[in-house]
Design a protein around this ligand. Structure first.
Ligand code: 13P
Length: 306
């Protein structure tokens, strides 16, 4: 069933588990997400970035996701990931999104409050819940490039003021994670003390961006199938479990599905150079994404929570 992000995330925060928000661009990714969530009786969030919308078309992709979401046996929200403007958020809501993120985190505090508040007021009027971000992540994602040195973590007192002044429904906090497949050498850092402090001050659901695990076996399979990737590293499973105990309720994952999709395709084509049936090429990619999704939902503790 199609529900708001707020409905899913408020329960998750109260129940101390996390709900995965997976990015999609197409049919195979969307099916892997929603069908796996159904199989495991888990709520889930399907999110579209502005890049995904540009690639697949707002109406085409939203209608595809919304149809699967409405028919799903579990709660599903359609979320705009990193909305860059009021207009972008309004277009998404009009197309059928039930949750939007306004990302004005690159602005100063006052301007972030101003932009977020404007979206919150309009979205609430239309029954849609809103995510905003305070602080900055390192790493790179589509149009967002934040220099590692320029990234700064969320200040707990500012987070309280921000929520009071904007009325935002869930807040993305910068806790050391970053977007992409390269989150640091060895075991990437995650600031648990900061999560605990902010989680203690705020009762709304908190959001962790950049939460892909970048599993070693997927990286190895990518290399074995001819892919090239540097020193990839993601967020450890037990770090996510711990974060969800202290207020993180929405866990954003994009890179893991990108990796699984690519490995699936590479392996088929490497093994069967004569193959040209798209279903035989994309099918295994969908299966491999479903495996990673199963693992993530289990780690976050949302299995059986639908
Ligand atoms: P990853 O790059 O770790 O998958 O993070 C995605 C994300 O945060 C989307 O908003």
């Amino acid at each position: 069933m199609l529900v708001t992000g707020g409905e899913i995330l408020t329960k998750a925060r109260a129940g101390k588990y996390g709900v995965a928000a997976f990015n999609t661009n197409d049919l195979e990714i969307t099916q892997a997400i929603i069908h796996t969530a159904e199989k495991l009786s888990s709520p889930v969030i399907v999110q579209l970035s502005e890049g995904a919308i540009k690639y697949a078309g707002l109406s085409d992709l939203t209608n595809l996701v919304a149809d699967l979401a409405r028919r799903a046996s579990v709660p599903v929200a359609i979320h705009l990931d990193h909305g860059s403007s009021f207009e972008s958020c309004m277009k998404a809501i009009r197309a059928g999104f039930t949750s939007v993120m306004i990302d004005a985190s690159h602005h100063n505090f006052a301007d972030n409050v101003r932009d977020t508040k404007k979206v919150v007021e309009a979205a609430h009027f239309m029954g849609v819940t809103v995510e905003a971000e305070l602080g900055r992540l390192g790493g790179i994602e589509e149009h967002i490039v934040v220099d590692e040195a320029d990234a700064f973590l969320t200040d707990p007192q500012e987070a309280v003021q921000f929520v009071e002044q904007t009325g935002v429904d869930y807040l993305a906090i910068a806790i050391g994670t970053s977007h992409g497949a390269f989150k640091g050498k060895g075991r990437p850092y995650i600031d648990h003390a900061r999560i605990e402090t902010i989680g203690g001050l705020l009762s709304i659901p908190l959001v962790a961006h950049g939460s892909s695990g970048v599993p070693a076996y997927i990286v190895e399979r990518l290399r074995a199938a001819g892919g090239e990737i540097g020193e990839a590293a993601g967020i450890a499973d037990d770090d996510l479990t711990r974060a969800c105990q202290h207020g993180i309720a929405k866990v954003n994952v994009d890179t893991d599905l990108r990796l699984a999709f690519t490995v699936g395709i590479r392996e088929v084509l490497q093994k069967n150079p004569k193959e040209f049936d798209p279903r035989k090429i994309l099918g295994p990619a969908r299966d491999l994404m479903a495996e990673l999704i199963t693992h993530k939902l289990t780690v976050l503790g949302s299995v059986g929570k639908a």
